[in-house]
Design a protein around this ligand. Structure first.
Ligand SMILES: Nc1ncnc2c1ncn2[C@@H]1O[C@H](COP(=O)(O)OP(=O)(O)OP(=O)(O)O)[C@@H](O)[C@H]1O
Ligand SMILES: [Mg+2]
Length: 326
């Protein structure tokens, strides 16, 4: 049996009337990246804070490497590290000064602290910025120094709470590379995110949570497969033909057709769950019908459902909707 880095059962946290975490069951295998995916207010940070012993559960149980987060909090604390949604390093210090300070606080002697700092700055591509104050770092550099600070003493379990929120694509890629470095060194990573592609790329398993509850769990492939055979993405030449295209597609695909924010784009899920061949044939017929109706199609693609579509299918609303944010 694989070792579990995290195991919760019926975990609950209540703020007043609000059940922020509402009976959450999670099993995170050790040595992997595990993604916890959910929209604003889903309860991700609250769950992570309980697992990191920063917040006391109101119900249920949580174990980290077999240790209870309440009864064995000290032992849990020795094995975990948390990089918060809101950063923790000192803005007025340089990158190197921050790492040395934190290493010293964790018991490193001065030369060893400097060595460890230099090693992490190098690994995270921050050597050139070592002697600049953190307040002058870009958002991406800032996130990298935060993660560096949280793995000074290589933790067994690292919580990364929305490590790439607000970053540009290049910086997100750099953070993803760092996550891969960290997990390759044997650390289990529990990553929360609102980005479906991020969980898809990094995580071997994903828990989708909504309103403090688990609504789906599995590998990215399983999650997608549970939703349907695939989805059709269409881009038209002329936005004026979109309603007509929507009628044709919903008739031919026998599925609801979603209008994208892009005024020439439509998406539909194909109903034949699990049958790729039938899905492809149906998609081909739909494309022929669009042409027969005189609708000009610039782009037509049949793909696996994206995790965005998975979320829509599971919750009847897109993952990107901002709701009851704190
Ligand atoms: N300290 C607190 N006091 C009162 N309510 C809180 C507190 N912390 C969180 N909440 C509420 O609990 C719910 C879950 O919040 P949480 O921060 O865990 O969500 P999240 O999934 O991390 O969201 P986001 O993606 O916006 O970070 C929200 O409704 C939030 O307003
Ligand atoms: Mg949060």
């Amino acid at each position: 049996m694989t070792e579990l880095a995290v195991e919760t059962s019926g975990l609950v946290k209540v703020f007043g009337e609000n059940r922020a975490v509402d009976g959450l069951d999670l099993r995170v295998p050790a040595g992997t990246v595990y993604g916890v995916l959910g929209p604003n207010g889903a309860g991700k940070t609250t769950a992570v804070r309980m697992l990191a012993t920063l917040l006391r559960p109101d119900g249920g149980e949580a174990r980290v490497f077999g240790r209870d987060v309440v009864k064995d909090a000290d032992e849990v604390r020795r094995r975990v590290s948390l990089t918060g949604q809101y950063a923790s390093v000192d803005e007025d210090l340089t990158g190197m000064e921050n790492l040395i300070l934190l290493a010293r606080l964790q018991g490193y002697k001065k030369p060893a602290a400097r060595d460890r700092g230099a090693q992490l700055l190098e690994a995270f591509g921050l050597t050139d910025a070592a002697d600049r104050q953190v307040k002058n770092y870009s958002g991406g550099m800032r996130r990298r120094i935060d993660i560096a600070a949280s793995i000074l003493n290589t933790p067994d379990l690292l919580f990364l709470d929305e490590p790439t929120t607000g970053l540009d694509p290049r910086s997100r890629n750099q953070v993803w590379d760092i996550v891969r470095i960290v997990v390759a060194q044997g650390t289990t990573v529990l990553l929360t995110t609102q980005y479906l592609d991020e969980a898809d790329r990094l995580a071997s398993r994903i828990a989708v949570i909504d309103h403090g509850r688990l609504i789906a769990e599995g590998t990215p492939g399983q999650l997608k497969a549970s939703i349907g055979a695939g989805s059709v993405h269409v881009r038209l030449r002329d936005a004026a033909q979109r309603e007509q295209a929507q009628r044709v597609l919903s008739r031919e695909l026998n599925a609801p057709v979603h209008l994208e924010a892009d005024p020439v784009a439509l998406t539909a899920r194909i109903a034949e769950a699990g049958d790729d061949q039938a899905a492809a044939e149906r998609a081909a017929r739909a494309l022929a019908e669009l042409a027969a109706d005189g609708i000009t199609v610039d782009d037509f693609a049949l793909g696996q459902p994206s995790l965005d579509e998975v979320f829509l299918a599971l919750t009847d609303r897109p993952a990107t909707i901002e709701e009851n944010a704190a």
